[in-house]
Design a protein around this ligand. Structure first.
Ligand code: ATP
Ligand code: MG
Length: 550
């Protein structure tokens, strides 16, 4: 068991003291983009804490801003949370509470704690002061309660144009915390909302909505990222003045991942500028992209567990995410043979027309995965890079006169090289040694084992090889335009790789290890005639200190 994190300490103390019988957390996405791996951290935290302490978690769409929210995003968010393995207790929308929030606003007006301000947004900004100088009070600050109530009702009724006035909390224009200098609670917007349509023309600001929604749902621990720490006094002020259920806010450091951006604005930019094919492009750090790439929910949850929660910002090495998926896929992936760059290998002493079906284990890590049979014949494909006519020192694979083993088959020796008119190698002639069949007690020693497929049985497939989307470690911190930071080699398409026949019927969602090449999954763009595979991750971390893959 890892050490308890600070939130677990807090919750345990709260339960022990009897402050709460049951904890209630929430995950509050704004439906203006797809969920990404940073959200997974927050989901894992909120749902994980409730699971651990027998509480519940609500899914609450933070849809207070009518301009940017779309139903498509709502659906994708729900799908992704379920895919990660979590189920919410209630599905709520901040917009469900618009009427209640309106009442709360009137309550503050009646207490003399909110006023309608007819200053323009520029004037309000100018009067805000600076962190070191106090702000100035608005000339509208001391309107009577009656006047404020009447004006606020008119705001709601659509009497004023956009920008004519706002409702502000009356707190302290000299507060050292800028968020306490009479923050705006409501603004006028003549915009249709994805759920409430045209019912409203005034919309609450985040600060006035979030805490009140938490309170209405009886959220005990409202967990958010560090940038909201400075909003906490305001969160508490509204709750205290409204005398409603005292939800408490706790902050943790957001996830930053190397070679990745995790801001929805920037991810949207990648989509809109066409750097990727969409929100679910397998290079995107979105859950939809990771899923399509072949990441599993188990690996993502393991990653969230390993990064832990703290209050200090840091940049997590994307290598850790890759480590987690390798570990998981090593356990579950079905082993298959696929030759990415085929080179014909002709076994001159193997009878023409003969086919042997050789048994091969599906997963040496999991005997329950069983075996399959693959065809062996006179003409095979091996990887171009597994042969060198003039091998440098250290190259242990096939070369003239050398012997190697073909995986689960026979030891072969290269006898001859066939070239075209221009001197390109087009085939290798070799002999096989019948007594070395895998499983026999042959004692022939070779330095290397190659993967292969039978040429007559091979299934042509398209293979998508991905690399990091960005060429710099911390693209989020760079001043350069996002487009200029993209790794030009982030996608390599292999149009005609040759796969063993079993992969003709590959299924979506099944994870494969292509021997020596990495972990792969079928892409939804596959057709019966052309299976398309995405490489999830290579077998080893090729970014770590260079070690030979073979
Ligand atoms: P973005 O910066 O990508 O626009 P956001 O915070 O505006 O993110 P929301 O939809 O409001 O996105 O986020 C929902 C929840 O997920 C919030 O509680 C937020 O704090 C959390 N969250 C967002 N990004 C991260 C991250 N990188 N690491 C951890 N939690 C995050
Ligand atoms: Mg947000």
């Amino acid at each position: 068991m890892s050490a308890k994190n600070f939130l677990e300490e807090i919750i345990e103390a709260d339960l022990k003291s009897g402050k709460y019988q049951r904890i209630v957390t929430r995950f509050p996405p704004e439906p203006n983009g797809y969920l990404h791996i940073g959200h997974a951290k927050s989901i894992h935290l909120n749902f994980g804490l409730a699971d651990k302490y027998g509480g519940i978690t609500n899914l609450r769409f933070d849809d207070t801003n009518p301009t940017t929210e779309e139903t498509e995003y709502v659906e994708s968010i729900k799908r992704d949370i379920r895919w990660l393995g979590y189920e919410w207790e209630n599905e709520f929308y901040a917009s469900d509470y618009f009427e209640k929030l309106y009442e709360f606003a009137e309550r503050l007006i009646r207490k003399g704690l909110a006023y309608v301000d007819h200053s323009s947004s520029e004037e309000i900004a100018a009067m805000k002061g600076t962190p070191t100088t106090p702000g100035m009070e608005s000339p509208y600050r001391n309107r009577t309660v009656e006047e404020n109530l009447e004006l606020f009702r008119k705001m709601r009724a659509g009497v004023f144009p956009e920008g004519a006035c706002v409702l502000r909390a009356k707190i302290d224009m000299a507060s050292p915390n800028m968020h306490m200098r009479d923050p705006v609670m409501y603004r006028i917007k003549y915009e249709s909302h994805h759920r409430t349509g045209n019912t409203w023309c005034i919309y609450p600001m985040y600060d006035f909505a979030h805490g009140q929604c938490d309170s209405l749902e009886g959220i005990t621990h409202s967990i958010c990222t560090m940038e909201f720490e400075v909003h906490r006094p305001l969160y508490e002020w509204f709750i205290e003045k409204l005398e409603i259920f005292p939800s408490r806010q706790y902050e943790f450091a957001r996830l930053n991942l190397s070679y990745t951006v995790l801001s929805k604005r920037k991810l949207l930019q990648l989509v809109q500028e066409g750097h990727v094919s969409g929100w679910d492009d397998p290079r995107m750090p979105t859950l939809a992209g990771l899923r399509r790439r072949g990441y599993t929910p188990e690996a993502i949850r393991e990653f969230c567990e390993r990064i832990g929660v703290a209050r200090r910002d840091n940049l997590v090495d994307v290598g850790l995410l890759e480590f987690c998926i390798r570990e998981d896929l090593n356990r579950r992936a079905l082993r298959r043979m696929v030759v990415l760059s085929p080179l014909k290998l002709i076994l001159t002493n193997y009878p023409e027309g003969q086919v042997e079906w050789l048994p091969v284990e599906n997963n040496p890590e999991d005997p329950a995965a069983g075996t399959r049979e693959i065809p062996f014949s006179r003409e095979l494909f091996i990887e171009q890079e597994d042969f060198m006519e003039e091998p440098p020192k250290g190259f242990l694979r096939l070369a003239p006169g050398r012997t190697v083993r073909l995986k689960s088959a026979y030891v072969i020796r290269c006898d001859d090289v066939v070239k075209d008119d221009r001197g390109n190698i087009i085939a290798i002639k070799a002999s096989y040694f019948p007594e070395t069949r895998s499983g026999s007690d042959s004692t022939v020693k070779v330095k290397s084992t190659l993967h292969w497929v039978s040429a007559a049985h091979a299934v042509p497939v398209r293979v998508m090889l991905y690399d990091r989307l960005f060429k710099v470690e911390n693209p989020a911190a760079s001043e350069e335009p996002l487009g200029s930071l993209i790794n030009p080699n982030s996608l390599l398409v292999v149009e005609r790789a040759m796969a063993e026949p079993d992969l003709r019927t590959a299924s979506l969602g099944v994870h494969y290890q292509f021997l020596r090449k990495g972990y792969f999954v079928l892409d939804p763009s596959s057709t019966p005639d052309l299976p398309v595979f995405n490489r999830t991750v290579t077998l080893k971390d090729h970014w770590a200190a260079k070690t030979s893959e073979h």
